[in-house]
Design a binder for this molecule. Structure first.
Ligand code: 13P
Length: 256
């Protein structure tokens, strides 16, 4: 049984004070829901304040990125040692990092290995852009990302991962993928590739989220899909009531 998992990616939103207000507003509602794992992923500078408010609660904290090295001359970067103790999760390879900051599958793979070595659970993002989608390259792109990003991991490590399938054309556009489409890519291309490379057990145990214009009005349609274990939520995770509602609905559909 894979535990459903809804995480909020706040992206570059929320000052420390705003982050404190947001997380205080959502905490009671999130705490009421069981059977679904929940996390918020604020910007780095907000993490200590958010982690303090959520300490001892059932809501976990994630970062949105990290460097693979523990320390060094890497101006502007944050290391896994700095996140240890503050975060449970770290989002790696988000399409915005790949697009605007030149992240490659090779770099994502180094980060995944470093996160695992430091006890941080990666949420690895994959997904095709609009052009690739229109040219019928989705399978090829997603399969290639999965192979490259997980290269060198053990089946046991892969089984414990979270992968977020985020078709780039669905992110922030209000045009979510159809649940059938997301289910097919997740089942055939993500679990399919993992089964080929790491075995069926890992493919069945790895948790896979869908991300891209999810909201309270459509979360149930994704959660009913057998291979979709949750969502990586962007814009809707910045609204306390909506995010709580999404988690309630996810629990209603798939809560343990
Ligand atoms: P939206 O939910 O705003 O489309 O963002 C999705 C996303 O990129 C989450 O990582």
């Amino acid at each position: 049984m894979r535990k459903p998992f809804i995480a909020g990616n706040w992206k570059m939103h929320m000052t420390v004070r705003e982050a404190e207000e947001l997380v205080k507003a959502m905490k009671p509602g999130l705490e009421e829901v069981s059977g679904v794992e929940k996390a918020v992923c604020p910007p780095f500078v907000d993490i200590p304040a958010v982690a303090k408010i959520l300490k001892g609660s059932s809501v976990k904290v994630g970062a949105q990125n990290m460097h693979w090295e523990e320390s060094g001359a890497f101006t502007g970067e944050i290391s896994p040692l700095m996140l240890q103790g503050l975060c449970d999760y770290v989002i790696l390879g988000h399409s915005e990092r790949r697009k605007y900051f030149g992240e490659t599958d090779e770099g994502v793979n180094r980060k995944v290995k470093s996160a695992l070595a430091h006890g941080l659970a990666p949420i690895i993002c994959v997904g095709e852009n609009l052009e690739q989608n229109e040219e019928g390259l989705t399978s090829q792109v997603v399969r290639g990302q999965v192979r490259a990003d997980l290269n060198g991991l053990t089946p046991g490590q892969v089984a414990g991962l979270v992968i977020a399938y985020e078709p780039i054309w669905a992110i922030g556009t209000g045009k979510a993928a159809t649940p059938d489409y997301a289910e097919k890519v997740i089942r055939d291309d993500i679990r399919g590739t993992i089964a080929e490379v790491f075995g069926r057990d890992a493919a069945e145990r790895v948790r896979v989220q869908y991300g891209g214009s999810t909201k309270a009005a459509n979360i149930e349609s994704f959660m009913v899909m057998p291979d979709i274990d949750g969502a990586l939520v962007g814009g809707a995770s910045l609204k306390a009531a909506e995010f709580v509602e999404m988690i309630r609905l996810a629990a209603k559909v798939k809560g343990a």
